[in-house]
Design a protein around this ligand. Structure first.
Ligand code: PMP
Length: 423
């Protein structure tokens, strides 16, 4: 995308045309939550205005229309990520989806799901492998699973730059490895994981792969069938779609093995006072009244992004990301986390300002109408390993222009002297 095109797209997002502190807003916090274009807002409002209803059960006209919209949304989202429609289960978000997998494996390990779930069963001595750079959403559920099953949680350590390679991961894969869970794109370092190599290693020991695709699906073309992962998770709100909805992808045979972690209405076949049989996937992972308007709006987001082109969005962000890394790092006293030419990176940059806390950095930038994120970005172990408690993260998307990066760089170059940290 050219800057002119990014500016044109920016006009699709009503929230971005606001002034903040009397100046045009440079929103560089897309990694936390993306904004929504008018087309997505309209799709949700249109649904709520004309078709809103609970899906699947009702025999009335609105229920039929809503069910049609809901299942069509599933097809659109499935196509967007290279999956079949029945491999897509709606969840509340990526966190929820990852919990569904971990808790489902815990249930399988207790014998739930019978013989069908046996391939997912974990016990003492089995190993779950993650990385030290994971978001807490892809770490804590695995800690809980290890506690519940007696399995051991192991992790790929990061180096001093916060990155890792397949050579760091390979020696940790053993014949006891049952699960390898990792972020496709790190929300702190931007590192793009070597998915194909990991899938191959996992296959060589019969482990399943779980991909945290939160920071990849919104920003680059992703095809789960081509990647060959067993499970994947992402959130609507990070991809120009709504909050309160996310997706669990599971390869059909894996979804069939996974017992439901949440039970209740809408996911059952036959209920007696003694016992219950569950529906087939993906419905058995969708207990309770579903987020229908959100599903419709998420499909609208997929259509919007596809029309622009995920290749173009990726190229645009990677160029901005490379610029941020190089130019931020060149400023005295600024260190970009994950600055490592030997690994591929996405379009975000988290950085440390010597002598200034990330919260002060982000307030200083806010005064210049630049919105960034400050904190540990739900990755405390990574920050601890790097000897800091927090960093500041700027993250781009399709509307981000070089002018916004210029503004960021200019503001960042003044921070240390403002706070007296250069003396
Ligand atoms: N994983 C990664 C890499 C993320 O960036 C996020 C969101 N910060 C999550 C998981 C969790 O997503 P959500 O909060 O939408 O459930």
């Amino acid at each position: 995308l050219t800057d002119a095109r990014a500016l044109e797209l920016r006009a699709d997002f009503p929230i971005l045309s606001q002034q903040v502190h009397g100046k045009p807003l440079a929103y560089l916090d897309f990694g936390a939550t993306a904004q929504r274009p008018q087309a997505v807002l309209d799709a949700e409002l249109e649904f709520l205005t004309r078709h809103n209803s609970a899906v699947h059960r009702g025999a009335h006209e609105l229920a039929a229309l809503a069910t049609g919209d809901f299942e069509e949304a599933r097809e659109v989202v499935a196509e967007f990520v290279g999956a079949d429609f029945d491999e897509i289960a709606w969840q509340a978000g990526a966190t929820d989806a990852l919990n569904t997998v971990a808790n489902g494996i815990a249930a399988a390990s207790r014998g739930r799901g019978g013989a069908a779930s046996a391939p997912l069963r974990l016990g003492a001595g089995d190993e779950i492998l993650i990385t030290e750079a994971e978001h807490h959403a892809n770490l804590v559920p695995w800690q809980e699973l290890a506690l519940a099953t007696g399995a051991t949680l192991r992790y790929v350590p990061v180096n001093d730059r916060g990155t890792w390679t397949i050579d760091d991961l390979r020696p940790l894969v053993t014949d006891r490895t049952r699960v390898i869970a990792f972020a496709h794109v790190s929300n702190v370092t931007g590192l793009i994981a070597p998915v194909a190599e990991i899938v191959e290693l996992a296959a060589s020991v019969g482990a399943i792969t779980v991909l945290d695709a939160c920071q990849s699906v919104p920003h680059r073309p992703v095809n789960f069938h081509e990647l060959g992962v067993d499970f994947a998770a992402f959130s609507g709100h990070k991809m120009a779609g709504p909050n309160g909805i996310g997706v669990l992808y599971g390869r059909r045979e894996r979804l069939e093995q996974l017992p439901p972690a949440r039970t209740g209405g809408s996911m059952i076949e036959i209920v007696t006072m003694a016992e219950t049989t569950f529906m087939a996937p993906p419905t058995r992972f969708e207990a309770g009244t579903q987020p229908v308007s959100q599903a419709v709006a998420l499909a609208a987001a997929c259509r919007y992004l596809s029309a622009i082109g995920m290749d173009a969005i990726r190229d645009h962000e990677e160029a901005l990301g490379a610029r941020m890394v190089a130019e931020l790092n060149a400023i005295e006293g600024i260190t970009v986390i994950g600055n490592d030419a030997s690994v591929p990176r996405s379009g975000l940059a988290a950085f440390i300002v010597d002598g200034v806390h990330a919260h002060d950095v982000s307030q200083y930038l806010d005064a210049a109408s630049i919105a960034v994120r400050a904190g540990h970005h739900c990755a405390q172990p990574l920050h601890r390993r790097l000897g800091v408690t927090a960093s500041t993260r700027a993250s781009s998307y399709l509307t981000t222009t070089n002018a916004e990066i210029d503004a960021l760089l200019e503001a960042v170059s003044g921070i240390r002297s403002y706070f007296g940290a250069d003396r």
